[in-house]
Write a protein that binds this ligand. Sequence first.
Ligand SMILES: [Zn+2]
Length: 491
Amino acid sequence: MHRVISALLLLLPLSMLAAPLPGQSDAASRLAAAMLGDTPMVADLRVLTDQIGGRATGTAANRRAVDWAAQRFRDAGVEVRTEPFEMPGLWLERSARVTVRGDGVSFAPRVAALPFSAGTPRSGLIAPLVAAGAGGEEDFKALAAKARGAFVLVETPELFDLDGLFREYTESGGIERRAIAAGAAGVVYMSSRPNNGLARHNAALGLGNRHPMMMMERDAAARALRLLRQGKSLLMTAALDVQSGPAYQSHNVIGEIRGNTRPDEIVVIGAHLDSWDLGTGALDNGANAMMVLDLARQIRRLGLRPARTIRFALWNGEEQNLNGSYGYTGSHAAELDRHVMASSYDIGTGKITGFFTGGRGELIPILDRALAPLRGLGPFTHLNIPIVGTDNYDFMMQGVANLVANQESANYGPNYHARSDEFDKVDLTQLRLNAAIAAAVTWGFATLELELPRQSAQQVDSLIKATDLADQMRSFGVWDAWVAGKRGRRP
Ligand SMILES: [Zn+2]
């Protein structure tokens, strides 16, 4: 890997980095080139994943990650704060075990509780296991009264890419709603992950969920389905030991490099520091978090002075309904008018192909100018649509211009929230190329002449009406808070 990087370094300044635009100076090119060099980014990622490990918000590992990351900013000479915000409730899995029995059959599949699953009595909850097809309307109609009091086993297609992942998000709300309406004891998803992997996929109702919900390893779920189709009756005993608790305080880590000529104008680049806990959150989202940290470090090391203030946000609570960035938009409400742009990087280490511009087409020519020095890493295609599912969300809902890096799926889908999301899945070469892109974009927004006024409540509302934003908000469990007026800009 290192050999490839050095070859790239030799080639890039000549063949890939086009001449800088007037007014942007060569700082963007120098910064992008620095990100391709042998920086501590990869060593940091090793510490965060292999040493600190999975760091679900609310765990000791998460608090350790916060303290360590803040220290890494300080080590780089970057001003940093750990900023408190409220998590609405604690949810962690201690253990999850099931056994499936019936008619001379007995086996113990591995399962993972869905985040926000209810626990069971210590001795386990015993209920029939019934096949609920894909969990659609017709499937539950066919099950009729058999669903009542049973664990409903939902079959899933194998997940290969981002499309599959978005399908899971889109469908799970309906599946869980139908299961609860049918009186099911709980929901058991067949894991969609290859190689018998398990993953954590949030229960659609979030903290409001009151039912045991879990994901069962794919091969065992397939075995159970075959037995059920042969007419066997199965009973499942599920013992889910979950730790839950009331609201508590967590922290974002916010590095800052103050602007030289327009310090009151703020550009945010962010990636979330928290992860789920089956794996060590390398693709989601350790890699990008360490990229954000390294960008601050390289700007400082090169002595570059942006015109605007840049904030390097390592968000927390992202995996549990985007609570860290939500908290930030609350505690920084008074300065949101002066937030020029907030960007998020959260799709692993697939190649960045462009940015989602959230329905604000005026961002596209700015992106093109910012990325001009790196056009050899393109072409870049920007999609002017709003995206829910990462930390741009509350900025978007507050009318702040926002970007989400659009990346090739690569290996993100199959490893998403999975046991397999480990350091060795990270494409270190592509991570560096993406870091160069993130550097150019951040530097561009921090230095170019531009005006991106905050949108009014009415404009935010129009965005919801003109796009599929409402559906996405429902899929990600943030719709009710918007309707209740708790989240998002209101007149
Ligand atoms: Zn993520």
